[in-house]
Design a protein around this ligand. Structure first.
Ligand code: FAD
Length: 387
């Protein structure tokens, strides 16, 4: 195992780091609190090619290795986690399209998705089903050369900018088991009956919208069926969430890093009883604990990412990294808040955004409780080992 980044990865990280320092850090607090859409940051990310992170080179993308992919999310989340959301579900969908799409679908969408000329997201969750995706109610009934889609999707990140939006549907609602009747349709935003009906109010993860999407008799050409074969939708979506978990783990590392940076700076400059608070043992202990958690989360995330680059199936590894890193992000944010004393509760300091953003990391791409079950099953069945 090699713990060093390659020269290329370091260069990529440094480029992103300076972009984040220049374009994101100075505006994050104000724009996040005012609810302003970060249009200029999106333009900057387009110029850096970041919308093509998960797009193969032959379609104009960067085809980043998984460690670099993680580094991008880590650096951006250190500046403002909500911005990472703009790239997150876009990248999951690009990955899914590249892996499972027909050649015609890839030619049609991937070049524009790589540049950010088109953007996307992924619509799996519904008001009544999140973890239990086989319980979705959105249906797609075949009618000649089209499907007629009806249903409601919930919490769809990037919904107002996604075109096409991959939507998980039931093409055969009576199939047993249910996943055999599930498919993904690439729904274009201009389709009559496709409507983004509401932006959901959120504790954090601002800067990107998460919406309710209603589909009413939306006519979708059969050529928009991902991969061209019905019944593969759930597997297509779940296999693409592997990269999604790396991106969540990496975002968690970014949040933890920022929590550490803020805590360190504050511990040095804040004085009490005539000395910097960093000299009090209780503060030292907390600071060291943040650093330990951060570094452990980083190593685990890079390890899981590098396993993926070896071509090894790594849902267990990415799940483990996601569980661990997200829990650390939360702890680091809370500990950093405590080091800040009363100012940790102030909207004039960065730290309050971090502990509003951190909890989502334990929910997105599979809740940690559910993922623990997935990891345990892989271990118990012998499909994965830890030693
Ligand atoms: C800000 C935000 C953005 C999102 N963006 C998107 C998006 O772009 N696209 C999208 O499709 N979805 C998105 N989601 C939805 C997200 O993926 C779901 O919220 C998540 O999968 C959990 O589903 P749920 O909310 O329905 O919770 P539920 O599945 O109802 O879970 C509720 C509780 O029950 C537990 N639970 C459920 N099943 C089990 C089980 N089998 N074993 C143990 N515990 C269990 C869960 O761990 C949790 O504690 C987003 C959510 C948020 C909050």
């Amino acid at each position: 195992m090699d713990f060093r980044l390659t020269d290329e990865q370091r260069l990529f990280r440094d480029t992103l780091r300076s972009f984040v320092e220049k374009e994101i850090v100075p505006v994050a607090r104000e724009w996040e609190q005012s609810g302003r859409y970060p249009t200029e940051i999106v333009e900057g990310m387009k110029q850096l090619g970041l919308f093509g992170l998960a797009v193969p080179e032959e379609y104009g993308g960067l085809a980043a290795d998984t460690v670099s992919f993680g580094l991008a999310f880590e650096e951006i989340a250190r500046g403002w986690m909500g911005i990472a959301g703009i790239l997150g579900s876009h990248s999951v969908s690009c990955f899914m399209l590249a892996r499972h799409g027909t050649e015609e679908q890839k030619q049609r969408y991937l070049p524009d998705l790589a540049t950010g000329a088109r953007r996307t997201g992924i619509a799996l969750t519904e008001p009544g089903a999140g973890t239990d995706l086989q319980g979705i109610r959105t249906t797609a009934r075949r009618d000649g050369d089209d499907y007629i889609v009806n249903g409601t999707k919930m919490w769809i990140t990037n919904a107002r900018h996604a075109d096409p939006l991959p939507v998980l549907v039931k093409t055969d609602p009576s199939a047993e088991p249910a996943h055999k009747g599930m498919s993904i349709l690439l729904v274009e935003a201009t389709s009559p009956g496709f409507e983004v009906t509401a932006d959901i109010g959120k504790l954090g993860y601002k800067g990107t919208e998460s919406c309710e999407v209603v589909l009413t008799d939306v006519r979708v050409p059969a050529s928009q069926l991902l991969g061209g074969i019905e019944g593969r939708g759930l597997q297509q979506a779940l296999s693409s969430l592997e990269t999604g978990r790396i991106n969540i783990a990496a975002r968690s590392v970014g949040i933890a890093q920022r929590a550490y940076d803020e805590a360190l700076g504050y511990a040095r400059q804040r004085t009490a009883f005539g000395r910097p608070i960093g000299e009090f043992q209780a503060v030292e202990q907390r600071l060291a604990q943040i650093a330990v958690r951060l570094q452990a989360a980083r190593l685990m995330t890079y390890w899981a990412a590098s396993r993926m680059d070896e071509g090894v199936r790594m849902d267990t590894e990415s799940g483990m990294a996601k569980i661990f890193a997200s829990e650390q992000a939360l702890e680091c944010a809370i500990d950093s808040m405590r080091i800040h004393g009363g100012y940790g509760y102030s909207t004039e300091f960065e730290i309050e955004r971090l502990y509003r953003d951190a909890p989502l990391m334990s929910i997105g791409e599979g809740t940690n409780d559910v993922l623990r079950g997935v990891v345990a099953k892989a271990l118990l069945s012998g499909k994965a080992t830890v030693r």
